[in-house]
Structures are given as structure tokens and as C-alpha cells.
Design a protein around this ligand. Structure first.
Ligand code: MN
Length: 351
């Protein structure tokens, strides 16, 4: 808690005693005008000092209020391997509202039947952003035209920087596919600042073991830090703009306080269980909570065991031109991307 400044304001007879300030020597009014100015200054200063703790409180400790709680929109299939609820961009949340996060597709928990030939999405391009896949249940594999590949399972994250452009394919891991069973994933599209849109493609395979881990007191659970920092614990992901991304795994009865800048766009996906937010509102499983940009503190209570994906980032205030798998700043850049895919500049990848 930040305390009020401890200066000694000048005092007048009216203010004396109220603010317990000492007279700093003898100040003898020379003229009526001087006295008048002095008194008004005194009132001004004392008002400022008196309200300082309140103002400090507002600017450093205010609650980040809930803008809305969104139930999962009707699902659609991405390829034949991902049955997703698209929370944004869309009617509920416009395409810059959660910037730098541009898209959130949530494959809520479903059971896939066993299959020899893995389900998924065939070869397709991306340019101008990053795809971040977070696995909660099931296993998913990735291959791209830059030669990167990997398989992730529960608690792992694939952070692919498409940058100047890759072709990739995403599909169920062969072993998971043969057995089938519960499947639950998130895919985020994270925008890149204009200066980094054409950066060399990259790939970060981040395992559950590599996540920053902040244990909560009283066996409350753990905050796994994917990107950014919580309570001094840093996440392993490298990002191009300031991002906080956590998986909070809370035990029944746990309390969690999160401090994030008011300017950061912030949302929470309730992956498992349900939570009470800011002491008032209940958010059930599979709902997305969008926060207003009006404060910096969120408090969460877990009436049952739960898993939360917490997203927060500094907005990228640049024009957005989006078309299919491309996320650029201008229409011309989108046309260039299409041309570059046709002319083979995104490389080659077998189906
Ligand atoms: Mn993709």
C-alpha cells in the first residue's frame, strides 16, 4: 500500500488541527492580499494532501470490473479435428478489443472416437501473427514448412511465430487418435506489431515442466506462467509485445489476486470448474470473462477445483487488415501475402 506524501503543507487558522501539520516558523502576513493568497494555497494544498490516499488508492488498487461474461457461442469444425467455440473476433468482442490477442478458438472438452487416420487440419498458410496452441486434454501435432514440428499433450504449449509466412498442418497425435478420448484445446492468434510482422518464422515448444510455477498459499493450487510474470515468477515464452498468459489451477476454496495494468486488454477463460469474480459475479465452465480497462486488480474465489486461462496484454494500436489466415496492417499486404503463397514463398509442406 502506498502511503500519502508526508510533506508539511502551509497552514492557516481554518486548516490548523485538522491535518495536524506544524507551523513551519512564523509566517507573518504582510498584506491582506498576501494572506488571501496564502489561505487559498493552504486550502488547495491541504485538500490535495487530504485526498492523496484516496487518489493513490484509485489509481493503484482499483478493481478491474467485468465488462461481460460470454457463454460459449455455437461450435464449428476446423478441419475435422477441432470443434471450436470462437469467442473472438466476432459479435461479442470486436477484432481489436482483446489486442494483442486477435482470435480465441476454444475446443471445449469432447470425446473423439478412436480412429486410425488422425483428424486435423491440412496444409494451410499463416502470415503476420503467432498461433499459440494450449493443450488441456488429448494430444496434437504440428509440422511446418520451416522444418519445425512437435507434439503437445496436457499442460504443454506450441507457440508458433508465423511472421513472414509458413505453411503448416495441425492434427491429432497418431497414438491419441488410435485410442480416442477426451480432447480439450485452445488456439490463440497473437498479433505482431507492424515492425515484426515479417520476422523470420519461429517455433517454441513449451512443455508443462518448463512453465513458471507460482504455488499459492494454503495448498490453493498453482499459477503456471506461460508468458510474462506472476509474483516474480517468469514464463518461458518469448513474445513480441508485453503479454501475461497464465494457467491458474486452483483448488476448492482458493483465493487468487491478479494485478494487471488497467490499459492491458484482459480476459479469463474458465476451462474447468466455476469461479466467483471480484466477490460478486459467478462465471461457469467454458465461459469467457471480458474485463473493462478501468482498474488493475482482479480477485477470484474458487468454490470448486478449477482451471483458468488468464490472458492480458498491451494493445497494439495499429490498423488491422485480416483475411483468412493472414493478419496484416493494410489491404495491399493481404494481396501480397496471397501472391507470395501462390508463388511458393511460404515454402513447401507435404499433406
Ligand atoms: Mn493454423
Amino acid at each position: 500500500m502506498i502511503s500519502a506524501t508526508t510533506g508539511t503543507p502551509k497552514v492557516c487558522n481554518k486548516c490548523k488541527g485538522i491535518f495536524n501539520s506544524k507551523r513551519s516558523g512564523i509566517r507573518r502576513p504582510i498584506t491582506i492580499i498576501y494572506t488571501a493568497i496564502s489561505i487559498s494555497l493552504c486550502h488547495f494544498y491541504n485538500f490535495a494532501y487530504a485526498t492523496a490516499p484516496f487518489r493513490v488508492g484509485v489509481s493503484f488498487m482499483a478493481t478491474k470490473t467485468i465488462e461481460k461474461i460470454i457463454a460459449p457461442p455455437p461450435p464449428h469444425m476446423v478441419g475435422d479435428g477441432f470443434r471450436v467455440h470462437n469467442f473472438f473476433p466476432g459479435n461479442h468482442i470486436g477484432n481489436a478489443r482483446m489486442s494483442p490477442f486477435f482470435l480465441l478458438d476454444y475446443n471445449a472438452k469432447i470425446d473423439f472416437s478412436p480412429r486410425e487416420n488422425p483428424r486435423g487440419v491440412g496444409v494451410h498458410p499463416h502470415r503476420g501473427f503467432e498461433t499459440v496452441t494450449i493443450a488441456y486434454q488429448g494430444k496434437v501435432s504440428h509440422h511446418d514448412s520451416y522444418g519445425n514440428s512437435g507434439t503437445i499433450g496436457e499442460g504443454d504449449v506450441q507457440w508458433m511465430t508465423a511472421g513472414s509466412g509458413v505453411l503448416h498442418k495441425e492434427y491429432h497425435d497418431a497414438e491419441y487418435s488410435r485410442k480416442g478420448g477426451p480432447f480439450q484445446m485452445v488456439q490463440l492468434w497473437v498479433n505482431l506489431p507492424a515492425k515484426d510482422k515479417m520476422t523470420t518464422p519461429g517455433y517454441q515448444a513449451i512443455t508443462a515442466a518448463q512453465m513458471g510455477k507460482y504455488p499459492l498459499p494454503a495448498n490453493g493450487g498453482v499459477v503456471e506462467v506461460i508468458a510474462g510474470e506472476y509474483g516474480g515468477v517468469k514464463g518461458p515464452a518469448t513474445t513480441y509485445s508485453p503479454i501475461q498468459m497464465y494457467n491458474a489451477r486452483l483448488n476448492k476454496g482458493a483465493n487468487l489476486t491478479i494485478n494487471l495494468p488497467a490499459t492491458y486488454n484482459t480476459g479469463i477463460l474458465v476451462v474447468e470448474g466455476s469461479i466467483k469474480v471480484n466477490g460478486t459475479e459467478n462465471a461457469p465452465t467454458d465461459n469467457f470473462i471480458l474485463f473493462a480497462n478501468d482498474g488493475d486488480e482482479i480477485s477470484i474465489e474458487a468454490p470448486e477445483d478449477c482451471v483458468l486461462l488468464i490472458l492480458s496484454g498491451e494493445p497494439i494500436n495499429e490498423p488491422i487488415a485480416a483475411y483468412g489466415p493472414f493478419l496484416m496492417n493494410t489491404h495491399e499486404q493481404l494481396e501480397q501475402a496471397l501472391q507470395d503463397v501462390r508463388s511458393g514463398k511460404f515454402g513447401h509442406l507435404d499433406e
